[in-house]
Design a protein around this ligand. Structure first.
Ligand SMILES: [Ca+2]
Ligand SMILES: [Ca+2]
Length: 375
């Protein structure tokens, strides 16, 4: 009797131990499951950044190859004039190896094909506005107001506006007396506020877009006639007294197609028939810093992708010293600080054919750089 009682007790206690163990196992499995889920999530999260970091460094490799290409071609040809020299396709030229599964595109555009913002030549501005289809009386207001906005003084030009005029117009701001930093600033300037923006919703209109395409806020070099297009070319042609259409045709080469291997380039302005016989007679000498034939400043856009992941860098590159210039101009404006480009030293540069030795730097300054956004 005693033993069977004892057996019953031990049976019951064994049963409860079993239940206890099962409960513990159950709880443990929940904990482990939770741990695994968390860990997987963490790994996925980390690998996302890993991938992005990887793409980022790849993008800078490609950017570096673009700089190396520009540098090498300049070493060989003496100057840079047109992408057809070979720098239009830096990936093809430098032949850098890309890791499997990674795609890359790089686009170099010649920023020196645009009119520099930092000139105060009335004739050039008036011509640009006129070429845009704005009548002369309005063009004169735009020109004088733009120059007044950027010149250091507070003296109003004939059709311009300075501090007192904005005050009279109950504006809560005054001219910056500095070079334009951003095209959106135009919205504040007399004449542009009405001409360049839609009346109903204040969005930029076609005049704004044309201006933006024709003017560089960064290039302070003479305009490269090899790169000048559309309105800019028309302005140059009228200022310089040559036939813009003839020049374009010449630059298309014998096959009459732009961007093909037979495209020639000008190395100086005297190669243009008729150059120098333009508006100069009646309107004084054209500014000597208007006409050029070399590419000095470049916008380099790099896109690197793996599957659906994309990394973009958008940069503006100029000759050595231009970053310091930009820094002086932008002093205290809180912009991205320009930096000198370091030449890579290790195996990463096996694909670049750069021949520069010694200095350890490419002869370029990065004036602006942005990642994953358009500036
Ligand atoms: Ca002024
Ligand atoms: Ca001023």
């Amino acid at each position: 009797m005693g033993t069977s009682q004892k057996g019953k007790y031990s049976c019951r206690s064994r049963g409860s131990i079993l239940i206890g163990v099962l409960v513990i196992l159950f709880l443990m499995s929940i904990v482990i499951l939770k741990f695994i889920t968390e860990a997987t999530r963490e790994i996925e999260y980390q690998s996302q950044f890993q991938g992005q970091e990887d793409l980022r460094s790849q993008a800078y490799c490609v950017f570096d190859a673009a700089l190396a290409t520009l540098h090498e071609i300049r070493e060989i040809d003496g100057q840079l004039y047109r992408p057809v020299q070979g720098w239009g396709d830096p990936l093809g030229y430098s032949n850098i190896p890309l890791p499997e599964g990674i795609k890359s595109e790089v686009k170099i555009t010649d920023e020196s094909g645009k009119l520099p913002i930092n000139h105060n030549n009335v004739q050039i501005w008036n011509l640009l506005f006129e070429e845009m289809g704005i009548d002369l009386s309005d063009a004169e207001i735009l020109t004088d107001s733009l120059i007044d906005w950027m010149d250091k003084d507070d003296l109003k030009r004939l059709n311009g506006a300075e501090k007192d005029d904005y005050e009279l117009d109950s504006k809560e701001y005054k001219p910056s007396n500095e070079m334009l930093k951003d095209f959106d600033e135009l919205k504040l300037i007399q004449g542009f506020d009405e001409q360049f923006f839609n009346e109903d919703d204040g969005t930029p209109n076609q005049f704004f877009q044309s201006f933006k395409q024709s003017v560089s806020l960064h290039n302070q070099h003479p305009v490269n006639v090899n790169a000048a297009q559309g309105l800019v070319l028309n302005v140059l042609a009228r200022m310089g007294g040559f036939d813009g259409e003839y020049l374009q045709q010449h630059l298309r080469g014998p096959d009459n197609l732009t961007g093909t291997g037979d495209d020639p380039w000008l190395t100086n302005m005297n190669q243009i028939p008729g150059f120098g016989a333009g508006l100069t007679a009646g309107g004084g000498a054209p500014p000597s810093n208007l006409f050029g034939a070399t590419s000095q400043m470049f916008r380099i856009e790099v896109k690197v992708s793996r599957g659906a992941s994309i990394f973009l860098i958008d940069t503006l590159v100029g000759p050595k010293g231009s970053a310091a210039q930009a820094r002086t101009q932008n002093a205290g404006r809180g912009q991205n600080s320009p930096s000198r480009v370091r030449k890579p030293s290790s195996s990463r540069s096996t694909g670049n054919k750069s021949s520069s030795g010694g200095s350890g730097y490419y002869p370029f300054d990065v004036i602006h750089i942005s990642e994953n956004r358009i500036f």
